[in-house]
Each structure stands twice: as structure tokens, then as C-alpha cells.
Write a new protein. Structure first.
Length: 187
């Protein structure tokens, strides 16, 4: 079973994106293992810190390198990605020659109460990740609108159509990971 590092771009304990990540994890049970990766201990990116890398950075890089894939679950703040998400991307891409993102299968999703979900933030994050060499799942796109009661306390999805759509996303993501894992590596 493939291990997926899940990066939720919100540090809030009651984050709707964290709930969404847990709901997707529940849908992935039996097919993938979702590991929600914390990064509240990762300082703001500073090239000088590579002389003595902070423990949180080394832990994050280790978790990214050990994962078969990455799922980014991003909120949208002021029509952009959260600073904490960009910070994690920057740390993961360094130091030169040790890019944890290069070739990594990944997907981007997010949720908000607004009708367009996190579409603008996801578009920005996709552009950033592509420049880091991430192998992004292009379709289906998930711009999820959070509504009260849609994710139950046990992280199940209460609406049948929504559950079917999200289960389809999870299946496509799992297939994306397997396709990339099956590709022959260059000599």
C-alpha cells in the first residue's frame, strides 16, 4: 500500500481543510495510507539555516522523501496560498540537489465555504509545484465547498453524490501514483 504525505496548509486545530483531509483519508482506507504531516515546527525559509538545519526541517524532508506521494490540501487566503504552504515547498526543494519534490506524484485539493472552493490558491500552488518537478494529477480537480454537516464527526461524507465524486478522486490519485511507480527508471 502506498504512503501519502498529506500537507494541510492550515495550522488551525479546527481547520476545515484538516477535516477534509481526514475525510479523504477515510475514503482512501485499504488503498493508500494517508499520513498527515505536521509542520508547525518548521521555521521560515532561510538559506543560512542549512549550515545547521533545524530538527523540524530534517523531519519534514525525511517524511517527504519516505512518502510515495504527496497530497496538498490548501486553504485560500486572500486569493492565494497560505504562507505556511509556500514555506514547506521552499524547504522541500532545497538544498540544491536534494529536491524532495522532484518526480514525486502529487495532487492538490482544498475546501472553503465559498462557491469556488480554493480554485485560485490551487492554481497558484500547481504552478509552483510544477516548477519544483512534482508530477501533478491534472484531473479531476477538486474545488470543494464546505457546508455544515457534509463531513460527519467520524470524517465520513454524508452526501452520496459528494462521496462518490471524492471516492473517484481518491481512485484517480491512487492510479496516478501506481502509473508513475510502474514507469521504468532512467539508467
Amino acid at each position: 500500500m502506498r504512503k501519502v504525505a498529506v500537507l494541510v496548509g492550515s495550522l488551525r486545530r479546527e481547520s476545515i481543510n484538516l477535516r477534509f483531509a481526514k475525510a479523504l483519508s477515510r475514503l482512501a482506507e485499504g488503498r493508500m495510507i494517508f499520513d498527515i504531516t505536521g509542520f508547525s515546527d518548521v521555521p521560515l525559509y532561510n538559506e543560512d539555516l542549512w549550515q545547521q538545519p533545524p530538527a523540524g526541517v530534517l523531519r519534514l524532508k525525511g517524511e517527504l522523501d519516505a512518502a510515495d506521494a504527496v497530497l496538498f490540501v490548501t486553504p485560500e487566503y486572500n486569493r492565494s496560498i497560505p504562507a505556511v504552504t509556500k514555506n514547506v515547498v521552499d524547504w522541500g526543494s532545497r538544498p540544491r540537489g536534494q529536491n524532495s519534490w522532484a518526480g514525486k506524484p502529487a495532487a492538490v485539493v482544498g475546501t472553503s465555504p465559498g462557491a469556488i472552493g480554493t480554485a485560485v490558491a490551487q492554481a497558484q500552488l500547481r504552478a509552483i509545484l510544477t516548477s519544483c518537478g512534482v508530477n501533478l494529477l491534472g484531473q479531476p480537480e477538486v474545488y470543494f465547498q464546505t457546508k455544515p454537516g457534509l463531513i460527519a464527526d467520524d470524517f465520513s461524507i454524508t452526501d452520496d453524490k459528494t462521496r462518490a465524486f471524492l471516492a473517484g478522486f481518491v481512485a484517480q490519485f491512487a492510479d496516478h501514483i501506481e502509473r508513475l511507480a510502474a514507469r521504468p527508471t532512467a539508467p
